[in-house]
Design a protein around this ligand. Structure first.
Ligand code: AP5
Ligand code: MG
Ligand code: ZN
Length: 216
C-alpha cells in the first residue's frame, strides 16, 4: 500500500507516519527528514536547502523528487510507502506519479489531516525529538514517561528544529496555503482522499487513519 499524509506544518504527519511504521511495517518517506539529514551531513543538496528551510520556504521540486526516487529504489517492492510532507506542489504531484509508475507502484490513499491552523503554532513551538532515535515529543501533549529519558531508546538527549520558531512557522503555513493546499483537488478527482480530524488526540487520529486504510 502507498499513501500520502497531507496537512499543514504541525498537522501530525510525522507522528502518524511513525505509528504506521511501528504497527504495520510500512516505511516513512519524509522529505523534511531527508533534507535535514542532508543539511547535517553538509551534502551539496544540504548546502542548497539549509537557508531555504530556515526561512520556511519550499526547496526545489527537482531536489525533493530526486530524494524520493532514491529512497524508493532502495526499498523492497512489497514494503508500503508513507509519503510524509511530499508532494507539496502540483509539479511534485506529476513527478510522484511518474516515480510510482517507474517502480511499479500505485497510489492507494491520500489522508488529509484536517486541523485548525492557530492550534498548530503551539504544537510546533512545543515540539522536540529524541536526538538518538528520532521519537517525537511535545512539551504539553506528549512528554517522555520518565523525565528527560526517551521512552523508546533511553537516550537523555533531545533536540529542537531550527525552523520551529513562530515567525518561520507562519511562513511555512503561508507556503502550505499557497502551494500545497491546491493539490488536494487533484487527488479528490481520483476519489482517493479520506479526510481525518487531525485535532482529535493522537490515538484517535491513528484509529481514524487505520479505518480509512482498512487496517486494524
Ligand atoms: P517538514 O519536515 O515536512 O515540515 P512540515 O510540513 O512543516 O511539517 P512538520 O514536520 O512541522 O509537522 P508534522 O505534520 O510532521 O507534525 P508532527 O507529527 O511533528 O518540512 C520542513 C521543511 O523542509 C519545509 O519547510 C521545506 O523547506 C522543506 N521541504 C520538505 N518537504 C518538501 C517538499 N516536498 N517540497 C519542498 N520543500 C520541502 O507534530 C507536531 C507536534 O504536534 C509534535 O510535537 C507532536 O507530538 C504534536 N502532535 C501531533 N499530533 C497531535 C495531536 N493529534 N494532538 C496533539 N499534539 C499532536
Ligand atoms: Mg514532520
Ligand atoms: Zn530515543
Amino acid at each position: 500500500m502507498n499513501i500520502i499524509l497531507l496537512g499543514p506544518p504541525g498537522a501530525g504527519k510525522g507522528t502518524q507516519a511513525q505509528r504506521l511504521v511501528e504497527r504495520h511495517g510500512m516505511r516513512q518517506l519524509s522529505t523534511g527528514d531527508m533534507l535535514r539529514a542532508a543539511v547535517k551531513a553538509e551534502t551539496p543538496v544540504g548546502l542548497q536547502a539549509k537557508a531555504v528551510m530556515e526561512r520556511g520556504e519550499l526547496v526545489s521540486d527537482a531536489i525533493v523528487s530526486a530524494l524520493i526516487g532514491e529512497q524508493l529504489t532502495a526499498m523492497g517492492p512489497e514494503t508500503g510507502a508513507i509519503f510524509d510532507g511530499y508532494p507539496r506542489t502540483a509539479p511534485q504531484v506529476a513527478q510522484l506519479d511518474a516515480i510510482l509508475t517507474e517502480h511499479g507502484r500505485k497510489l492507494d490513499h491520500v489522508i488529509e489531516l484536517d486541523v485548525d491552523e492557530e492550534a498548530l503554532v503551539e504544537r510546533i513551538t512545543g515540539r522536540f525529538t529524541c536526538a538518538e532515535c528520532g521519537e517525537g515529543y511535545h512539551d504539553r501533549f506528549k512528554q517522555p514517561h520518565a523525565a528527560d529519558t526517551c521512552d523508546r531508546c533511553g537516550s537523555h538527549e533531545f533536540k529542537r528544529r531550527p525552523d520551529d520558531n513562530e515567525q518561520t512557522v507562519r511562513t511555512r503555513m503561508a507556503e502550505y496555503r499557497a502551494k500545497t493546499a491546491p493539490i488536494l483537488p487533484l487527488y479528490e478527482e481520483r476519489g482517493i482522499v479520506a479526510r481525518v480530524d487531525g485535532m482529535a488526540d493522537i490515538d484517535h487520529v491513528t484509529q481514524a487513519i487505520e479505518s480509512a486504510l482498512a487496517l486494524s
